[in-house]
Ligand binder design. Structure first.
Ligand code: GDP
Ligand code: ZN
Length: 442
């Protein structure tokens, strides 16, 4: 059962382009197509036609594509009008569809209908948005893998394994005398162990995908003049921060996104940390600590020529205990050192660029990036949380093996968590939130 009204939107991005597409989906598509094109185009064939207004005047001339339900993206009747990609002409065609009774689609509404009509599950629908948003080829590839259902199939297999196990446990609840024998004869405990191992693998892969999608928040800290801004410029490959030989000039926080092997690193350059000499500097330093609070990783830049000074040690000591910290000993061109990695940090020169590749490598390691390549599928924080919850419930199931009621309950909770990923068990407000982040026309 799908929504009963007809929606329309411009599906191509705003601005000018070679072609622009107006997409229409719903029960009125046949009537709207007949009115605009003079007839219903034959299904799934490119039909060259005039797109006509109410008085029969041509609004544009282009290709019409008609996909009858259920063999369409949304599962409903869909019409695509591919005209010229100018904002005014597309608006004319869209307004004509609206005048004929269609309603302007909400963000993500086409994909939402595809989900409601079982054309996609929720993880696949999210992958549609992730593919569109992918900022690197690696991210695009893993989003496509999720869109094609690789991730969903793994989740489905886990759910099926859990259902099988639950049936065994529920059945033995009905025969209290011989229940443990019954379960051991069915190798139930081994099966649970296998499911746990399988879940752990899915978790690892999903974490990689999530890394490709979300990236890492990296903050550059250190006292003034150690070379934080120079390092950011080097990493970004362009001049974004103002580099001056005067201490304490980076007053504000500057951010830059770079990609290392497809992983987005959101790097924030901060004001140098020292005793503030005026109000502006004090504000900058307060902002620095606020940025540190939100970061996944802190790069603490230290002047290699001066070595670890008491001020550097004070900064290190003030960092939150849970934060991953990498020390960067900068300016090795002054000490005639060669770039290298030591347990205490990376030695490099922002000025010459020597050692930057070592830094990137170390950043990837600390991010938990494993180049498993082909197996990665796109995943979101929401998916990672559900996987982690499911894992906790399976661990509780192992611990409560002899307490069958508890065991059954934990297995059910694990299954429900996994089902939220594909959307079989997902509250409506979550659906609303997921689809509202899509662009219009998708
Ligand atoms: P920040 O205050 O930590 O952001 O430091 P800046 O990036 O503004 O750099 C302060 C000074 O150190 C500038 O004069 C830079 O040119 C210089 N500097 C930065 N990195 C290096 C380096 O690797 N070697 C040398 N010799 N000088 C550097
Ligand atoms: Zn700076």
């Amino acid at each position: 059962m799908g929504p009963s009204d007809t929606i329309a939107a411009v599906a191509t991005p705003p601005g000018r382009g070679g072609i622009g597409v107006v997409r229409v989906s719903g029960p009125d598509v046949r009537r709207i197509a007949a009115a605009i094109l003079g007839r219903l185009p034959s299904p799934r064939h490119a039909t060259l036609a005039d797109f006509r207004g109410a008085a029969g005047e041509a609004l544009d001339r282009g290709i019409a594509l008609f996909f009858p339900a259920p063999h369409s993206f949304t599962g409903e009747d869909v019409l695509e009008l591919q005209g010229h990609g100018g904002p005014a002409v597309l608006q004319l065609v869209l307004e004509r569809c609206l005048a004929l009774g269609a309603r302007l689609a909400e963000p993500g509404e086409f994909t939402r209908r595809a989900y409601l009509n079982d054309k996609l599950d929720l993880a696949q629908a999210e992958a549609v948005a992730d593919l569109i948003d992918a900022a690197s080829t690696q991210a695009a590839r893993s989003a496509l893998r999720s869109l094609r259902g690789d991730f969903s199939r793994e989740i489905q297999a886990l759910v099926e394994g859990l259902i099988e196990l639950r049936m065994l446990v529920e059945a033995s609840l009905d025969f209290p005398e011989e229940q443990i024998d019954f379960l051991s004869a069915a190798h139930a405990r081994e099966k649970l162990g296998e499911l746990q191992a399988r879940l752990a693998t899915v978790q690892t892969r999903a974490r990689q995908g999530s890394l490709l999608r979300e990236g890492l928040q990296v903050v550059l800290v250190g006292r003034p003049n150690v070379g934080k801004s120079s390092l950011l410029n080097r990493l970004a490959g362009e001049e974004v921060a103002i580099v001056t030989p005067l201490a304490g000039t980076t007053r504000d926080t500057l951010r830059e996104e770079i990609h290392v092997e497809g992983i987005p690193l959101h790097i924030i350059d901060t004001a140098g940390l020292r005793e503030a000499s005026d109000e502006v500097e004090r504000l900058g330093i307060a902002r620095t600590w606020a940025a540190v609070e939100k970061a996944d990783l802190a790069l603490v830049v230290i002047d290699a020529a001066q070595g670890l000074a008491p001020e550097d040690a004070a900064i290190l000591a003030r960092l939150p205990p849970g934060l991953t910290v990498l020390r960067v000993f900068n300016k090795i061109d002054l000490t005639q050192d060669v770039p290298h990695v030591e347990p205490n940090g990376v030695y490099l020169s922002a000025k010459t660029g020597a050692g930057l590749d070592l830094l990137r490598q170390r950043l990837l390691e600390l991010a938990g990036w494993q180049q498993t390549g082909e197996g990665i599928y796109m995943a979101r924080t929401r998916h990672l949380n559900a996987l982690a919850q499911a894992r906790t419930h399976l661990e509780a199931a192992q611990r409560n093996w002899e307490a069958l009621e508890l065991l059954a309950e934990e297995l059910k909770l694990a299954q429900n968590q996994l089902a939220t990923i594909t959307g079989e068990f997902t509250p409506d407000d979550l659906l609303g939130e997921i689809f509202s982040r899509f662009c219009i026309g998708k």
